[in-house]
Design a protein around this ligand. Structure first.
Ligand code: MF3
Ligand code: CO
Length: 265
């Protein structure tokens, strides 16, 4: 069963998701050559706690940190470490928090200093694919319309969609129904209706789609060693489409550009 949230619940979800987005924006500014992913994690935890919230990932199935910090060929669930970022890396930061009983979840992939043109293109196409998926969210649409839109955009640019991990409903648990694949035919699965809250999170590889999980039991990497990117927003279905709960006012102009770019290409 997919829960439709009340106005009051949506207000709580808006609050925690805006918090997550604000903290992620802060973390983004920290990303630079020489910084360790553990330092980014420590700042994330401090910012979450000072806001009166709790990290959502820490302790989840034994996950040891506040953020997932996935560098280069790491796809998702990279564990923060003393590894220092170097110019040319790409870093995905995924942050979840719980406030007043409700969860927020958001991820971005950021360049470390100047990166290759290929890396830039991978990041841009992955974020565009996320917005294509978000554009498919409206009452009456089917869950699988999201993944179909994501996959079409990614494959038009000759990149590949990761199959092993999916987006998810979110609310009073971090992971709720439905699962949201980033690939497959549209027109399948439950219909979306007003009040449903979804975390949409495409993971896109530069090369082959295949991934494997490292010996730490968490870090997913591309099998062929090529770069991977990951972007995530949490949205609520509204009467006319959806509201992106993890979008900051300061980012709406940028998002609009993305949506328009997506329409053009
Ligand atoms: N955004 C990811 C997800 O929703 C991050 C989960 S990390 C975990 O699954 F540690 F919580 F698993
Ligand atoms: Co998520």
């Amino acid at each position: 069963m997919i829960v439709c949230r009340s106005k009051a619940e949506i207000e709580k979800l808006r609050r925690v998701n805006q918090l997550v987005a604000r903290i992620l924006a802060e973390l983004r500014h920290m990303v630079a050559p020489g910084v360790t992913t553990r330092e980014i994690d420590a700042s994330a935890e401090a910012l979450v706690r000072v806001a009166g919230a709790e990290p959502a990932f820490k302790g989840y199935q034994g996950y040891p940190a506040t953020v997932c910090a996935s560098v280069n060929e790491q796809v998702v669930h990279g564990i923060p470490s003393p590894r220092r970022l170097v110019e040319g890396d790409v870093l995905s930061v995924d942050l979840g928090a719980k406030l007043d009983g409700f969860y927020g979840d958001c991820a971005v992939t950021v360049p470390v200093g100047r990166v290759s043109a290929d890396a830039d293109r991978l990041l841009r196409v992955t974020e565009e694919a996320l917005f294509r998926g978000i554009d498919a969210v409206k009452p009456g649409a089917r869950v699988s319309d999201i993944g179909a839109a994501v996959q079409a955009h990614v494959e038009a640019h000759r990149f590949s969609v990761v199959r092993e991990f999916v987006g998810h409903g979110i609310g009073s648990s971090l992971h709720e129904e439905p699962q949201i694949a980033n690939y497959g035919p549209g027109g399948r699965g439950p219909r979306l209706s007003e009040g449903m809250v979804l975390a949409i999170e495409p993971m896109v590889n530069f090369g082959d789609a295949a991934v494997k999980v490292l010996g730490d039991g968490w870090t997913a990497v591309t099998r062929d060693g090529t770069l991977s990117a990951h972007f995530e927003h949490t949205v609520v279905v509204t009467g006319g489409g959806c509201e992106i709960l993890t979008l900051l006012d300061s980012d709406t102009a940028r998002a609009r550009e993305f949506v328009n770019a997506a329409v053009r290409t």
